[in-house]
Design a protein around this ligand. Structure first.
Ligand code: NDP
Length: 258
């Protein structure tokens, strides 16, 4: 029987976190590094890498930053090549980078709809395909997709008006379930975290404009904080969840439980 501390231990594991240079991605990368993982972060803007790397290196492990737009297939292939060259394998893929476009449905530009889908669902597919081939060879791996509660329920347009976001995150939720079933035979686990409201660069302005209104929509009374997604990420990355696949985990202060 394994000790619980060993089950959560990630020493030496290689974890790739897309959008790991800020927000929830950085929070999760930090948690994985704290538990011993060698972490690769990727994002488009390299200017945030130095601060993110300093934070992750404080845990003592290796860190690699790669400038990459994960909605571009050729850049995903280059990221994959760099990770393989440096580490020779991968244990954990966190598909975290995401975006939204807010507009009434009847005015949503097709180009914006497509950009949201390119990043929120096509990129996780491309990344899972590239790194999944290694995981199939290794006969193990954990893929964690960062969806959203907007992928679980319809949202009041007065609170959040992005049909492209909700639809693409809903697609990511069922991509998670379907891939979990398809790759279970390779011992690759695929799970999703559905965050509720966390204040990050993506939505700080929205929160600052009406904090009380947003707080009231959350049963626990406030948005997620700077450590509130760490536990779910480490649990799903590690052997502590080795009998868990195809699970969709809301981390939302109870928002979808009303
Ligand atoms: P942030 O805007 O704070 O961070 C987004 C990260 O993704 C940045 O590191 C950004 O870096 C990177 N990124 C954006 N576009 C690309 C791209 N094309 N290729 C590679 N990296 C990219 O967002 P959050 O931390 O808030 O969101 C993270 C995830 O969590 C998203 O998928 C979001 O939908 C989801 N989520 C967030 C919620 C929240 O309340 N914050 C609620 C529910 C879900 P750069 O700009 O340099 O590329």
């Amino acid at each position: 029987m394994a000790a619980l501390k060993e089950l959560f231990d990630l020493t030496g594991r290689v974890a790739v976190v897309t959008g790991g240079s800020s927000g929830l991605g950085l929070q999760m990368a930090d948690a994985l590094a704290e538990f011993g993982a060698r972490v690769v972060i990727c994002a488009r803007k390299p200017e945030r890498f130095a601060a993110a790397e300093a934070r992750l290196r404080a845990w003592g492990g290796e860190v690699l930053s790669v400038a990459c737009d994960v909605s571009r297939p050729e850049q995903v292939h280059a990221l994959h090549a760099q990770v393989m060259e440096r580490f020779g394998g991968i244990d954990v893929l966190v598909n975290n980078a995401g975006r939204a476009w807010v507009a009434p449905v009847e005015e949503m530009p097709l180009e914006r709809w497509q950009q949201v889908f390119d990043l929120n669902i096509t990129a996780p597919f491309l990344l899972a395909q590239a790194f999944g081939r290694e995981m199939i060879r290794q006969k193990k791996g954990s893929i964690i997709n960062i969806a959203s509660i907007a992928g679980l329920v319809g949202r009041n347009p007065d609170a959040y008006n992005s049909i492209a976001y909700g639809s693409s995150k809903g697609a990511l939720v069922n991509f998670t379930r379907d891939l979990a079933v398809k790759w279970a035979r390779h011992q690759i686990r695929v799970n999703a975290i559905c965050p509720g409201f966390f204040v990050t660069d993506i939505n700080r302005k929205v929160y600052d404009e009406r904090p009380e209104k947003i707080d009231r929509e959350i049963p626990l009374g406030k948005p997620g904080g700077d450590s509130d997604i760490k536990g779910a990420a480490v649990w799903l990355a590690s052997d502590a969840s080795r009998f868990v696949t195809g699970a969709i985990i809301p981390v939302d202060g109870g928002t979808t439980a009303w």
